[in-house]
Design a protein around this ligand. Structure first.
Ligand SMILES: NC(=O)c1ccc[n+]([C@@H]2O[C@H](COP(=O)([O-])OP(=O)(O)OC[C@H]3O[C@@H](n4cnc5c(N)ncnc54)[C@H](OP(=O)(O)O)[C@@H]3O)[C@@H](O)[C@H]2O)c1
Length: 341
């Protein structure tokens, strides 16, 4: 290991609106040396996630921004290179929270051991990882409407949305997915088996929505916020349950959006339609991983759940891939993962 370097992608500047390539920089540090009780991991697969925009600062977020010059934080699949920790051995595969760098140092608290024979390693960053846990929490805990009700899932072709929509379907709900573009919308009904799908980019989005929701919605798992959420508000039924998992349309825009103030309309929903709205974040619920995996891993193993992954190759490809999460002309198609080792 002596002489080897640890390449990192660091936050170089606070974005003004959407992130740009110049907000990232490459850096090199010596490979860290594990002390007593520590583990050195080498990244194999690096997760690229929408919430990482929030960590860059100047965001509509309450997550504390990463210090300038520090690597982007986030989950990776890694292999243990050196261990001075009793629970981890050299060669173990783990999920670590070491972010956009080639090596990570951990005291073991953030490491989750993986069995590479049980499922493809990449699934630990998607359908069986943090986005899968988010989808499962949303559908089983935070947005569980009346049996047989209509559930809407936004960003339904994404990693969280596609699993949430399928789990809601398995729980007996009528499920309507919202995504951008004809291809993704078609795949929601054809590949995921949803009851209806709506294209938020289409000129007739409002008409499509009204057609897909003749009896309104009883549950909403929202990953988007912004204009898509606003369009759904008139369709919200009495006693509906709304779970807010993400606000990808808003992260880059901390100021008030253009147009009329929707707060009075939102408060009317609370008061007159007795709506329950809950936000949630999966880091608060990591203790639920075993229950989530016990429920969902067998479904994935038996092919009962459809999931998509999009791989980019090489460490240097990460910043451009990240920017595509926010590029409405060339969006990602599935859980975005960089193969780096
Ligand atoms: N609460 C938590 O703990 C937690 C954990 C993980 C993720 N999340 C959140 O969940 C959401 C989805 O994450 P993911 O991992 O599933 O991401 P993903 O698989 O990368 O999907 C994101 C998708 O969002 C859609 N999108 C992007 N900008 C949009 C906009 N302005 N309006 C409407 N749709 C837009 C795009 O799909 P189209 O091509 O259809 O536009 C994009 O492919 C994000 O908001 C993320 O922050 C929350």
């Amino acid at each position: 290991m002596t002489g080897a370097s640890n390449r990192q992608i660091v936050v170089a500047a606070r974005p003004d609106g959407d992130a740009r390539r110049s907000d990232f920089a490459f850096a090199e540090q010596p490979v860290p040396v594990p002390g007593a009780g520590e583990v050195l991991t080498r990244s194999l697969l690096i997760s690229i996630d929408p919430y990482q925009r929030s960590l860059m600062g100047n965001a509509a977020s309450e997550l504390p921004p990463i210090a300038l010059g520090q690597p982007m934080s986030g989950p990776v699949v890694a292999i243990v290179e050196q261990s001075r920790h009793p629970d981890f051995a050299v060669g173990d595969h783990v999920v670590a929270w070491s972010g956009w760098q080639q090596y990570g140092l951990s005291d073991g608290a953030d490491l989750r051991r993986l069995d590479p024979d049980a499922a493809p390693l990449s699934t630990a960053l998607g359908v069986l990882g943090h986005t899968g846990l988010t989808a499962w929490l949303g559908t089983t805990t935070f947005m569980d409407p009346r049996p047989g009700g209509t559930v809407v899932v936004t960003a339904a072709a994404g990693s969280v949305g596609s699993l949430a929509a399928q789990l809601a379907k398995r729980r007996g709900h009528r499920v309507v997915g919202i995504a951008g573009g004809a291809d993704k919308v078609r795949s929601l009904t054809r590949d995921l088996g949803l009851d209806a799908a709506v294209d938020y980019k289409a000129a007739d989005f409002a008409e499509q929505l009204a057609h897909a929701l003749p009896d309104g919605l009883d549950g909403l798992l929202d990953n988007v916020g912004g204009a898509v959420f606003e369009a759904l508000m008139p369709h919200v039924n009495h006693h509906a349950h709304i779970a807010i998992a993400g606000l990808i349309a808003q992260y880059g825009h901390p100021g008030a959006p253009p147009g009329p103030n929707r707060l009075p309309a939102l408060l009317r929903l609370f008061l007159y339609r007795f709506v329950q709205i809950r936000g949630f974040a999966m880091p608060d619920h990591v203790a639920s991983y075993p229950a989530f995996l016990a429920d969902v891993a067998p479904l994935v193993a038996h092919g009962a759940i459809t999931y998509s992954e999009e791989f980019v190759d090489g460490f240097d490809s990460i910043p451009d891939a990240f920017l595509r999460l926010y590029d409405r002309r060339n969006p990602n198609r599935g859980k975005l993962i960089a193969r780096v080792g």
